[in-house]
Design a protein around this ligand. Structure first.
Ligand code: NAI
Length: 453
């Protein structure tokens, strides 16, 4: 029997749809980049005939992206990309759109999680949009026959890009995928500000505890860690950073944070936030050194950063002390509190809403122009119409360079910078912010290596 869409799984799909629709409308109303792209897609219908398979955190902002792509004529199937990040009401509201089937449901794990992904793959996609890479890997492993029909994909997060890069280096990635995560419009805002704000907000909401005066240990000083550290310091916490990369460690030091190995930080921290994309960052030797009452949260993509198996082995007692907080009591009476089952705290906590809407407008704006770019690369007609449209909207010919100019062979691709600049330009216009433009003389000066003292 095939896996049913969410509407067939819920007791009150109608009620869920209404609530989901309210959430989507609120988010969409604060996403000017997607609104501008939706208008363009409704007019040009670039995705007519395309089938888009998506595996994402199915909440209101993702729904706005999904509906924007559907407005361009795509047929879409979507599943979750994490067992705890789906909002069932949003999923039900999406499923009510005649061009969208949503299989995402909160709380599905293991086999059922992959059943939903399989149902999405049944669409026989021409394009994939992924967060974490599970969809791309499943297609390559279980459905290699579909690869020839796929014109390309987009990957949202660092961990997914990391996996795809490894796949590409092995020559195993058989269709083009854009590394959306790596664009400035995504990374410098979503990872830094989005993760920083939403991870801390969700730790505070889940525990009702303050950061002021506490010691927050941030494991990993990449884009996400940088944001978590900055915002924790902004809430009057002392911040300790742990790293394995010497330049990142030095950067954290120069920002004024204490830097030390986890084995030392373990005894000092009141709150731990892992954002490494790696496994076993906090393990038994660290649990053994921690203070009574320590809070442990993960904001990295997978639930492997805090080793919960080792913590369970150490615990004499485990109980849920608050929604989303599991207390592990050790033999010597210390209580260590794990938030959101060690999954992405900003998306999987009981009250989690994910990143702020404005930030996701940018990330998903890049996703939407990347999907458009994949299609434009295969269609001269669309390419010309888009070029005209962009010229009208942006009035600058340099933005047009990237539109469908490449056919993108199999492998991981950087997003053309012009597309990223297009998204930034739309956002600045929506914010009513004007900026200077280079004069011809300035542009020549910048390009000419002969100028010196
Ligand atoms: P990044 O690659 O910029 O930074 C990760 C940092 O962790 C690197 O500096 C690396 O040296 C360090 N690291 C690796 N192993 C470590 C260890 N054992 N101990 C200490 N540091 C270690 O990656 P980015 O963009 O900061 O992403 C981190 C994770 O967060 C990824 O899994 C990504 O997918 C996820 N992510 C989560 C979001 C959310 O909503 N919670 C949003 C965006 C990304």
């Amino acid at each position: 029997m095939s896996y049913p869409p969410i509407s067939e799984q819920l007791d009150d799909p109608e009620g869920a749809r209404e609530e989901g629709r309210r959430k989507i409308d609120w988010a969409s109303g604060h996403m000017p980049i997607l609104a501008a792209l939706r208008e363009e897609f409704e007019e040009l219908r670039p995705f007519e005939g395309q089938r888009i398979a998506m595996a994402m955190h199915v909440e209101a902002k993702t729904a706005a992206l999904t509906e924007t792509l559907a407005a361009g004529g795509a047929e879409i199937a979507i599943a979750g990309c994490n067992p705890l990040s789906t909002h069932d009401d949003v999923s039900a509201a999406l499923d009510a759109n005649e061009n969208i089937t949503s299989y995402a449901r909160r709380g599905v794990e293991g086999e059922e999680y992959y059943d939903a992904i399989e149902a999405v793959i049944d669409l026989r996609p021409t394009i994939t949009v992924d967060d974490g890479g599970d969809l791309v890997f499943r297609i390559h492993e279980e459905h290699p026959d579909l690869v020839d029909g796929i014109i390309g994909g987009c990957e949202e997060t660092t961990t997914g890009v990391h996996r795809l890069r490894a796949m590409d280096e092995d020559g195993a990635l058989r269709y083009p995928v854009f590394a959306v995560n790596d664009t400035p419009m995504k990374r410098l805002f979503d990872n830094v500000h989005g993760t920083g704000e939403s991870a801390l907000a969700n730790i505070a909401l889940t525990t009702n505890l303050s950061f002021a005066g506490k010691t927050v240990v941030v494991a990993g000083y990449g884009d996400c860690g940088r944001g978590v550290a900055k915002k924790a310091a902004g809430q009057n916490a002392r911040v300790i950073v742990t790293e394995v990369e010497p330049r990142r460690a030095l950067e954290a030091h120069m920002e004024g944070y204490e830097v030390m190995p986890m084995r030392e930080a373990a005894a000092k921290g009141d709150v731990f936030v892992t954002v490494t994309g790696n496994r076993d960052v906090i393990t038994r030797e660290h649990f053994e050194a921690m203070k009574d009452g320590a809070l442990l949260a993960n904001a990295g993509h997978f639930d492997v950063e805090v080793n919960l198996d080792e913590l369970s082995d150490l615990a004499a007692n485990v109980r849920e002390v608050r929604d989303g907080v599991m207390e592990y009591e050790t033999d010597d009476g210390r209580r260590l509190n794990v938030l959101a089952a060690g999954r992405l705290v900003n998306l999987a906590g009981p009250l989690a809403l994910g990143h702020p809407v404005e930030v996701m407008d940018q990330s998903f704006g890049v996703q939407a122009v990347c999907v458009r770019e994949l299609v434009a690369a295969h269609s001269g007609g669309l390419r010309d119409r888009l070029a005209e449209r962009l010229r009208e909207r942006l009035g600058r010919s340099d933005r047009l360079e990237a539109v469908g100019e490449d056919t993108y062979g199999p492998g991981l691709h950087e997003v053309p910078d012009a597309l990223d600049r297009e998204v930034a330009t739309v956002k600045l216009a929506a914010e009513g912010i004007d900026i200077d433009a280079l004069t011809d003389e300035q542009a020549d000066y910048m390009d000419d290596w002969r100028h010196g003292t």
